[in-house]
Design a binder for this molecule. Structure first.
Ligand code: AKB
Length: 315
């Protein structure tokens, strides 16, 4: 029986992953944790612990006291927020990961998942279909922390045999939880404006192509990489992962198929520079070869699902 700790469970990925893992392993075996106060968390999200991953001593106690066998470490500061708070982003993203790696070796954790990002690539990387191994000189603190984190994961695997698995997520789109502080967040916010009947102010230019994925596909890929036999995970930094690539204008046109009167205004801000530094699309052949399945959602299917779900939540 696995006992799983999710760190950063209140975030965009954490909410859905917690729900899914609880269906598979049973509610009592999935301990959700985050910085949010335990009093503010509903009964439906229990068992829950208020916990800051920067507290290394508490991390060790949790792993021992709850008999944790696996960790999903999701807590991080994303790209746009990280540029406003570089030191804090570095501390949370880097020290947080090092605490998890170190405590996992100490407590004999069997398997760990840690998300990396397309942000590991910088302006000099290949723009279209960016390969698994390519120039990786990131221009954001978030990207630097993810690139360094990937190397730490590989180091802990090679040096201590730690079974840590990782995916380079593109922008993730979901209706259950909002993202916070990312450059790809526009692709979620736009749906909320469309369903509310409001004009959307887009912080990226109309023709900015970025790699994106519907959350259901991201969760499935996470479960697939975690379920794969250890010897099939040949990349111990992090795997490129791909589903679709679109621009704000393409997403807007797709949404207009459902809401013909929907309006968008383009007001690019500092996040444009971050988006311009990332690839437009990535190549995930290695993930497909080693363990992966094919994503089910393209732009049209994702848009339909987002609108259906947000509209029914509203009514
Ligand atoms: C962000 O925009 O910072 C994230 C990411 C691509 O990792 N969604």
């Amino acid at each position: 029986m696995e006992k799983i700790l999710i760190i950063g469970a209140c975030g965009q990925i954490g909410r859905e992953l917690t729900e899914t893992l609880r269906k598979i392993h049973g509610r009592e075996n999935i301990i959700a944790s985050d910085m949010r106060r335990a009093e503010d968390i509903g009964q439906d999200f229990q068992p829950y612990l208020q916990f800051n991953v920067l507290d290394r001593i508490q991390l060790g106690s949790i792993l021992r006291n709850y008999g944790i066998t696996q960790i999903y470490h999701l807590a991080a500061m994303l790209s746009a927020k990280g540029e406003k708070n570089p030191q804090q982003a570095w501390t949370l993203n880097m020290d947080g990961l090092l605490h998890v790696l170190d405590a996992s070796v100490e407590c004999g954790i069997k398997k760990i998942f840690w998300p990396s990002s397309i942000a590991v690539f910088g302006p000099d990387a290949q723009k279209i279909n960016c390969p698994q191994v390519n120039s990786s000189i990131p221009s954001t603190v978030y990207g630097i922390s993810k690139a360094a984190g990937e190397h730490w994961c590989q180091y802990y695997h090679q040096t201590y045999g730690l079974d840590i698995r990782s995916l380079r997520f593109p922008g993730l789109i979901s209706y259950k939880a909002l993202p916070g502080g990312g450059t790809t967040d526009y692709a979620v916010d736009i749906f909320h404006s469309a369903v509310a009947g409001e004009t959307f102010d887009c912080f990226l230019k109309a023709d900015t192509f970025l790699p994106m994925m519907f959350m259901e596909d991201a969760i499935r890929a996470t479960l697939e990489i975690m379920d794969a036999p250890a010897e099939e995970i040949r990349i111990r930094t992090s795997y490129n992962l791909s589903a679709m690539s679109f621009s704000p204008e393409q997403l807007y046109s797709e949404i207009r198929e459902h809401f013909p009167r929907f309006k968008i205004r383009y007001k690019p801000d500092a996040r444009q520079q971050i988006a311009d530094s990332w690839p437009c699309s990535v190549n995930d052949t290695r993930a497909m070869m080693d363990w992966g399945g094919i994503p089910r959602y393209d732009l049209a299917a994702m848009t339909r699902e987002m609108i259906e779900q947000l509209s029914s939540a509203k009514s």
